[in-house]
Design a protein around this ligand. Structure first.
Ligand code: HEM
Length: 478
């Protein structure tokens, strides 16, 4: 009798915990940011969620993140449910001891020695883009600057890493990459793992995006192979990659590098750029501080790699945006052997969730955690723990493009703010966040822009009193 009671109780406990877990996934999928914000109040460092035979662990402590990403990184591999193609064989998705083999292809062209050349190319593109934005924003037309920023970064990346002039016909890559990121998140958080041939909403979003990226990458490769011109760029390095034994790597690997590098190099930084500008435009004091620095730097035509490196206040703004709105807001890993962390037993094959969003706003590590204060990064020791701020990840798979991002994003911000008066609509409404694989501003970045007339510096006062109809180029809202 007591055995039957015990078994029944076990069944009920299991059943209830399964219901609890499904509820978690459902709410998490519906509004991840709200849900994470609520969980923050409970101050639990490790939370276990069991879904069917799989355990998920939400790790909300910098010490634990350091263990997973850095100290014990060989035990943890990347999880990319849904991106079978890229699994383990690309720069972005490889982990463990594979990273070292894979990273050698990306590192050289992301090293600082190339930055002066990249800066020249960026200035060329920006000059064209400034003129285009000027035309686009004539007559006080309201534009969603967010999409323009995505497109500008796509053009910069195309020129720098693929030596290719991308144009309006490639804009679709921005929209589809964005939708693909939303689809991938849905796939990652679905309780049922639908095969790709089932036309679920998530599968369609991801597969459409993949098809557009496929076409772009295949054309890119074909054009390069048939070209007689020599290019010393990242595309060249990827297409000529050799393994440790000196043999060419399979074509599939090369494709996978490009497939994962494309969103990593333009879409992720574009989200950071958009949030940074969004915050700067809301605060006149911050804008004025920035212009003090811009005045020291001089006009964009003469800006050097060193100027961009030494723009500490601008970097403070970018870092603060990366803290509050980390584009990669949740990093995941799967452990390939069982492990005990912080006295918690983590069975082999569990999914580890490390939410940048939560840790970056934890009051234990940040004063006034929800306020945008670039000054906090100007202090000598801004971090209470090295992993209390990890927008670029950490350990051996830490983002290889982070230094480049700190050249490209500040250059675009400097350029836009010195060339235009930008007025943000709905300035007093809080920024609403939404998430796919990357975090983005749900309402976009709706602005009126007016070209500054003569002296682009010393002129940080926005034009006021315009009355406009909103003509959104494309709604971000899903
Ligand atoms: C603000 C801009 C950026 C942010 C927030 C960002 C964020 C990240 C994060 C969090 C990771 C680690 C992923 C993981 O370990 O699971 C990562 C990896 C990576 N990022 Fe970035 N990234 C940015 C810009 C860039 C740029 C501009 C490039 C290329 C030009 C790039 C290329 C890569 C690559 C190749 C990896 C894979 C590294 C590895 O797994 O070993 N990223 N990035």
């Amino acid at each position: 009798m007591s055995k039957i009671l015990h078994e029944n109780r076990n069944f009920i406990v299991k059943y209830l915990s399964m219901i609890e877990s499904i509820k978690f996934l459902y709410k998490f999928k519906q509004n991840s940011i709200n849900y994470l914000s609520k969980l923050m109040e409970e101050e639990i460092d490790i939370r276990r969620i069991s879904i069917r035979n799989r355990d998920l662990f939400l790790m909300n402590h910098p010490e634990i993140v350091e263990t997973v990403l850095h100290k014990e990184y060989l035990i943890f591999e990347k999880t990319m449910k849904g991106v079978e193609l890229a699994k383990g064989t690309s720069i972005v998705t490889s982990t463990g001891d594979k990273i070292r083999q894979k990273m050698h292809v990306a590192r050289p062209k992301l090293s600082k020695s190339y930055f002066p050349g990249y800066l020249d190319k960026m200035k060329e593109i920006m000059q064209v883009e400034i003129e285009r934005l000027d035309m686009l924003t004539q007559n006080n037309k309201v534009i969603n600057l967010h999409w323009e920023l995505e497109y500008i970064l796509l053009r910069l990346i195309g020129k720098i890493f693929f030596s290719k002039e991308l144009d309006e016909t490639h804009r679709i890559l921005c929209y589809e990459t964005h939708k693909g990121s939303i689809g991938l998140k849905r796939i990652a958080l679905s309780v049922i793992n639908f095969p790709k041939y089932i036309p679920s909403k998530a599968n369609k979003e991801y597969l459409n995006a993949k098809q557009i990226a496929d076409e772009f990458i295949k054309k890119l490769i074909d054009e390069r192979i048939s070209s007689t011109e020599q290019h010393d760029d990242l595309l060249n390095d990827i297409l000529n990659e050799i393994d440790e034994k000196g043999n060419p790597v399979p074509d599939e690997y090369k494709y996978n590098h490009l497939f994962t590098l494309l969103p990593a190099s333009f879409e992720t930084p574009a989200k950071a750029l958009s949030f940074t500008i969004n915050e700067i435009l809301r605060n006149e004091k911050i804008m004025s501080n920035l212009f003090d620095e811009f005045n020291q730097m001089g006009k964009y035509q003469t800006i050097s790699v060193n100027d961009l490196e030494n723009a500490t206040y601008l970097h403070g703004c970018l870092k603060e945006a990366l803290r509050l709105y980390p584009p990669i807001w949740l990093q995941t890993r799967k452990n390939n052997e069982e492990v005990i962390i912080d006295n918690v037993h983590i069975p082999k094959g569990s999914i580890i969730l490390m939410p940048q969003y939560m840790i970056h706003r934890d009051p234990k590590y940040w004063e006034h955690p929800n306020e945008f204060r670039p000054e906090r990064f100007l202090q000598e020791k801004p971090l209470k723990h090295p992993f209390s701020f990890f927008p670029f990840g950490g350990g051996p798979s830490r983002c290889v493009g982070n230094q480049f991002a700190f050249q490209m994003i500040p250059l675009v911000i400097h350029n836009l703010l010195t060339e235009f008066d930008i007025q943000l609509l709905d300035k007093n409404k809080p920024i609403r966040i939404e998430t796919g694989i990357t975090m983005y501003p749900k309402d976009g970045l709706n602005v009126i822009m007016k070209r500054k007339l003569n002296d682009t510096l010393n002129n940080n006062k926005p034009n006021k009193g315009k009355d406009n109809k909103i003509i959104l180029e494309k709604e971000i809202i899903e």
